[in-house]
Design a protein around this ligand. Structure first.
Ligand code: ACM
Length: 766
């Protein structure tokens, strides 16, 4: 018998708890969320009459709080000597454990910050900032009469010491003002390291007084193939335009580039230091040195540098003149940057020029070095001694493990396809910073899963004891800028996913739902700060869509003040394009482009929806099937799934549309084909979401349903097909360009949840 529906007291409690939890996330929309937060009733209201009490050692941090208040109220608070009602009080307290620890007590009468060091006091200021209304941000004229802060008690500290962001300023250059804006965003989310990749083949970006040609020549280039690729993309996305402020005309040539003088860099460092962010300089060598070698050709073994199959000719570690150059450069770098670290790079070195060099033959013999990897290690170790002589620690990319690592070098892990590198290094007692390509290369095009992938990233790899895990000092996201030619594009690529990393590294208590709610409150602040973050994804369609009869497009806005605009002529929608009507009837086969815009001009990505007419595919009748798919493995390098060779090198059986971890060919490229049948439970239009790193296409009944081909970082593409209930031919073709790989297939039907294909749906011939 059907029971009449009645609210029980447990249900009422549950509803109330959910309401208060959601409300708390809004009231205390802090990212990263504090370790302990106890909500309190009421609020502390800052007015022109509120007084500030602060000890001398927190002068800078009190000034930063005053600057925020001034933005809101139009003037700074009067200073008082004694705490009391209506005061904001900074207190120094040696009893707190860590440098970055702080407590915050906000009652209706007082706001008290306690910290052991100025760094802790600064982190507290950023928490207070996030408790202030977003309207204080960017209000230079100070129009507010009061700033209300919700009462609360917070006890906070970070879990990881290294909470970093990297920015490659070589491939494309970024202005001093952008570096400061970037630092502001890092500070807001309690990130504490900025790794600047200052040099590479495509440009040398820091003044070195002893070698002026490094910047006179090395900072400028004619447009390269990456610039051209950006220009092509700029036709449909203005953020991909090359920043004109970095283009000059000289001797009849158009040149791209720029560099920071040491005086400019000092200013940036001071700005970061005031925000308790350490800037780590990277001068990448011995590889990635083409810009320098062009200016000083004697630096390579045979003179000059050209592109090899993958990388450029490196400098020569077998000539004393190379060490003189490197030490001179790093002496200036060590003097300029107060950081305790210098990053030597040492990644991706094309070592064939060393193999052919008589100088190297002599050095290898004299030092009993058997391989060019050991020769690289010889270079890195000599440089580490030099760094140490300047009081600095060496960081290198994980290739420094290959020819033997010193016990004191810090390893920066990036190659997802060498999963044991951080484990070996940590077991060896080296400090390790985790920056695995997936999910921490923020130059990878973000999709609807990127934030969740970052949020669920676990810095400590499996296989370490708790004692060994202490050597994993934190993590960092990297922004390589080959395809990031503008400040707006950089913002779009790193925000908001950096906020997920900030919470992983500071709080390290997984609460994705809470985080997502708090992120919504952050968007308002980021709008005021002119950060062109990637807005939440639009939903309710796939890339390739089918029309079966009358089809209506109805998109729920992920943010209430978002405007969705569209075009039907294949041009990119912009703020002037028409607004998408509710329940828009698809006019017929063709392309619709959509984008969502915030009032301040941030946008979603541009979505291209292709519609084609289709009738339901009839099922096939096959017997003698078993659960799972046949997987054909193809050794070799295939840039496209259409290029897989005829005959497989081996065949295995898999339970679902996955590429097992064990299949990888030691990081080498390969291809795979998964074949069988999909048994769909009802007649419907099925949407499929295929995530692949590198490329994959999905075919059902010989129709291409999802095209996610080509070599790329993990990326989701989607498509639809109309299927009658029953069995249909199923095939996925996959290519891996080398390194780490991923394949995931999900589906949705009738606007339901996106979910993994159940194992039972997939079958193949026995
Ligand atoms: C790197 O991505 N080459 C460190």
């Amino acid at each position: 018998m059907l029971k009449p529906f009645r609210f029980t007291s447990a249900m009422v409690l549950c509803v109330l708890l959910c309401f208060f939890a959601a409300h708390a996330q809004e009231r205390y929309g802090i990212i990263p969320y504090p370790q302990q937060l106890v909500p309190q009733q009421g609020e502390f209201v800052i007015t022109a009459k509120t007084k500030l009490v602060s000890p001398a050692q927190f002068k800078n941090e009190a000034a930063q709080l005053q600057a925020l208040i001034t933005q809101g109220l139009g003037k700074a608070l009067p200073v008082a000597a004694k705490a009391g009602s209506g005061t904001i009080v900074f207190q120094q307290n040696d009893e707190l454990a860590g440098e970055e620890d702080y407590t915050l007590k906000v009652s209706t009468t007082q706001l008290v910050i306690t910290a052991k060091t100025a760094t802790g006091a600064f982190r507290a200021v950023e928490t207070i900032r996030q408790l202030m209304p977003p309207s204080i941000e960017g209000v230079k004229t100070g129009k507010l009469l009061k700033i209300a802060i919700p009462a609360v008690q917070i006890t906070d500290h970070p879990v990881y010491a290294w909470r970093g962001m990297h920015l490659d300023v070589s491939r494309h250059f970024f202005s001093v003002s952008y570096l400061k804006k970037f630092i502001d965003v890092l500070a807001l989310y309690k990130m504490n390291k900025l790794h600047l990749h200052l040099t590479d083949d495509q440009g040398w970006r820091i003044e070195i007084k002893k070698y002026p040609l490094l910047t006179e020549q090395g900072a400028w280039r004619e447009f390269n193939n990456q610039d051209s690729a950006c220009m092509v993309k700029a036709k449909s996305n203005p953020d991909m335009e090359i920043d004109k402020s970095h283009i000059i005309h000289k001797n009849g040539k158009t040149l791209y580039g720029g560099f920071y003088t040491q005086a400019q860099m000092k200013d940036v460092i001071a700005y970061a230091t005031a925000r308790h962010i350490e800037i780590i300089p990277e001068i990448d060598m011995p590889g990635h040195m083409m810009a320098a070698i062009k200016a000083y050709p004697y630096l390579s073994c045979a003179g000059g540098s050209t592109w090899g199959p993958l990388f450029t000719t490196p400098i020569c570690p077998c000539k004393e003149t190379t060490f003189t150059f490197a030490e001179d450069v790093f002496a200036e770098i060590a003097a300029l940057f107060p950081s305790q670290y210098i990053h030597l790079g040492a990644d991706e070195v094309e070592k064939s020029s060393w193999k052919n060099s008589p100088d190297c033959e002599a050095v290898m013999k004299a030092n009993n070095l058997k391989t060019v990897e050991e020769l690289q290690s010889y270079f890195v170790k000599r440089m580490e001694k030099f760094f140490n002589s300047k009081g600095k620690k060496l960081i290198g990319w994980d290739e420094i493990l290959e020819g033997g690592i010193s016990p004191t070098a810090v390893l920066m892990y990036w190659r997802s396809w060498v999963p044991d590198a951080p484990i070996k290094a940590a077991k060896n007692g080296n400090h390790v910073i985790m920056t695995p390509g997936n999910p921490l290369y923020f130059d990878g095009i973000p999709d609807r899963n990127s934030i969740s992938n970052v949020y669920h990233f676990e810095p400590v790899p499996k296989g370490l004891t708790p004692e060994e895990a202490k050597y994993i000092i934190g993590a960092q996201a990297n922004i390589w800028t080959e395809m990031i030619p503008s400040e707006k594009r950089a913002d779009f690529m790193f925000m908001p996913r950096m906020t997920a990393l900030a919470e992983v590294l500071w709080t390290h208590q997984s609460d994705f739902d809470g985080y997502e709610q708090r992120l919504k409150t952050q968007f308002k602040r980021l709008d005021k700060l002119n950060v062109h973050y990637r807005m939440p994804d639009l939903d309710g369609f796939t890339g390739e869509n089918v029309l079966v009869g009358k089809t209506v497009l109805d998109i729920a806005k992920p943010m209430p003040d978002m405007t969705i605009r569209y075009t039907t002529d294949s041009t990119a929608p912009n703020v002037h394009s028409p607004e998408l009507p509710k329940n828009y009837i698809i006019p017929g086969s063709g392309t619709i482009k959509l984008a969502g815009f915030s009032p301040s001009g941030s946008s979603t990505e541009i979505y291209t929806l292709n519609y084609r007419k289709q009738s339901f595919f009839k099922p096939v009748s096959v017997t003698g099937l078993q659960q799972g798919l046949q997987l054909d493995f193809y050794r070799g390098s295939y840039k496209s799934v259409t290029k897989l060779k005829e005959k497989a090198d081996s065949i295995i059986h898999v339970n679902n549309a996955v590429i097992p971890d064990s299949l990888g060919d030691g990081g080498k490229p390969f291809g795979a084909k998964l074949t069988g049948y999909i048994d769909v439970p009802s007649t419907a239009i099925y949407s499929f979401f295929l995530t692949a790193d590198d490329g994959a296409n999905l075919y059902i009944d010989d129709e291409k349903v999802v095209d996610n081909d080509g070599w790329h970082a993990p990326l989701q593409k989607s498509g639809q097909i109309a299927l009658e209930k029953g069995l249909h031919h199923f095939e996925i073709k996959f290519v891996e360009g080398g390194g780490g790989y991923t394949l995931k297939l999900e589906y949705r039907v009738n606007g339901g949840k996106i979910q993994l294909i159940p194992d039972e749906w997939l079958q193949s011939v026995k």
